[in-house]
Unconditional design. Structure first.
Ligand code: NAP
Length: 435
């Protein structure tokens, strides 16, 4: 029987699914000791700090993560930062294989004038702020205005728009960060515009998310019926509609046709609108858009423009991975071939491997495929080493699985009397005080 040591860096979905794939490939001749290293004192990655608080069902996948984490041979090393507490080369020396599951946390930039004005920010800052990520508690969000503009036609843009357009009491029984809930309750925002640069037929939203919108109890959602009809005509002219596109367009049509209740809060979809400039003297005052058209299947500028007056702009146009010192980097992700990092016994999974696409479940098949390669590549096991001892010698404070379980239990217990799934701690010191 051969026993191999694998380090997985990053305790998000891709990391856990990689661990699960390794656990599932064990047999009487093959065993894995898995050490998962995570920068934060809390695991679960985007399931904790990305998924919108009003989508609790999506977060139930955390039960699967906890099962993986409590399987024999798995250790969590929370509160340990790659590059500070331990380097890439040290991990590569100590382990038979290293799997990087470090995600993509940096928001892509629009690259237009006015993007850096106060009142303009990226979803990469806004989402972790409302989700209690300890590094984002101080993000300055202008909610003292009537109108917000969200740029992008993907699910992150939709989450952001919904979080801004919901009646805040709808979030009272969720795990929204307490600081965000307090601020959202005082928010003056009543109109949220969500703007895509191409047509409805090109939007990256998925239909379950679109179908929720007409069900919102305190928010009217507007889509121009004519624009959807035109998009359907254009898409049908290209041939039979693929299932997902058909479902998306039907969901948008249902939003357009839904009765508007005259709610104080509303959300407006705009398509074929490219952001050209964010204007304002000392803070955001309006966004200027170029109007596009679709001709022969191609999107092009008409030369005409329109503007939306607003006090807040959130761009949700995708993410990039942060460069990790010691790893090859290319095109916003770790350079790899099908997850293998050339010339070393290291692998990359999830958004750091393929870029920021796909839902949580996408990572299961993706990580499984990469772990098959890892198993194929295994040579003779390396001699025993002790990461825990090394980190303690370096003065690191490790959050082990049993420590995380205490933090988790504390958060859940605090939430219970309030009817919430949990009250998330935001301070590292507080988290470490509980362990
Ligand atoms: P995304 O799905 O790739 O959408 C990005 C959007 O930004 C696209 O509409 C894109 O338009 C637009 N965009 C890019 N550059 C732009 C620019 N310079 N100006 C204007 N618009 C621009 O990315 P995401 O929303 O960040 O989501 C990432 C992944 O997470 C997706 O797979 C998503 O489905 C998933 N996710 C899922 C859920 C859920 O299941 N509920 C929730 C959140 C996220 P073009 O198409 O024209 O480039």
């Amino acid at each position: 029987m051969k026993s191999y040591k694998v380090a997985i860096v990053g305790a998000g979905p891709a990391g856990y699914f990689a661990a699960q794939a390794l656990q599932n490939s064990q047999n009487e001749n093959l065993k894995f000791a898995i050490d998962m290293i995570e920068r934060l004192p809390t695991p679960w990655g985007l399931v904790r700090s990305g998924v919108a608080p009003d989508h609790p069902k999506i977060k139930t996948v955390a039960k699967v993560f906890e099962k993986i984490a409590t399987t024999e041979g798995f250790r969590l090393f929370g509160n340990i930062e790659l590059g500070t507490d331990i380097s890439v080369s040290e991990l590569e020396d100590m382990y038979d294989a290293v799997v990087f599951a470090t995600g993509s946390s940096r928001g892509r930039k629009l690259g237009i004038p006015g993007e850096d004005l106060p009142g303009s920010l990226s979803a990469a800052d806004f989402v972790p702020w409302y989700n209690a990520h300890p590094d984002f508690t101080g993000v300055d969000i202008s909610l003292d205005c009537d109108t917000a503009v969200v740029i992008g036609a993907g699910n992150v843009a939709m989450d952001v728009a919904r979080m801004l357009a919901l009646e805040p009491s709808e979030l009272d029984t969720t795990d929204t960060a307490e600081h965000a809930l307090e601020k959202l309750h005082k928010s003056s925002i009543r109109k949220v515009h969500i703007c895509g640069r191409r047509g409805p037929e090109h939007a990256a939203f998925t239909s379950p998310e679109l179908r929720e919108l007409p069900k919102l109890e305190h928010t009217d959602v507007h889509i121009d019926q004519h624009q959807i009809a035109e998009a359907i005509k254009r898409a049908e002219a290209e041939g039979e509609l693929p299932k997902d596109l058909k479902s998306n367009l039907e969901a948008m049509q249902a939003i357009a046709e839904a009765e508007k209740k005259g709610h104080e809060r509303s959300m407006y979809f705009h398509f074929l609108a490219t952001p050209l400039e964010i204007k304002g003297n000392s803070r955001v005052e309006e966004v200027v858009f170029g109007i596009n058209e679709v001709k022969d299947g191609k999107v092009s500028a008409t030369g005409e423009t329109f503007a939306i007056k607003c006090g807040l702009v959130v761009s949700a146009i995708g993410y990039q991975s942060d460069e990790i010192s010691g790893l090859p980097y290319e095109g916003g992700k770790v350079k790899n071939h099908d997850g293998r990092i050339d010339g070393r016994s290291s692998y990359v999974v999830g958004w750091a491997k393929r870029g920021p696409s796909g839902v949580i479940g996408t990572n299961k098949s993706d990580s499984t495929d990469v772990m098959k390669l890892l198993v194929e590549d295994l040579k003779e096991p390396k001699p025993e080493t002790d990461l825990e001892k090394l980190l303690i010698e370096r003065g690191a404070t490790i959050v082990a699985q049993s420590d995380w379980e205490k933090i988790n239990a504390h958060e859940v217990a605090t939430g219970e009397p309030l009817g919430k799934p949990r009250v998330k701690l935001v301070s590292r010191t507080e988290m470490l005080g509980i362990k």
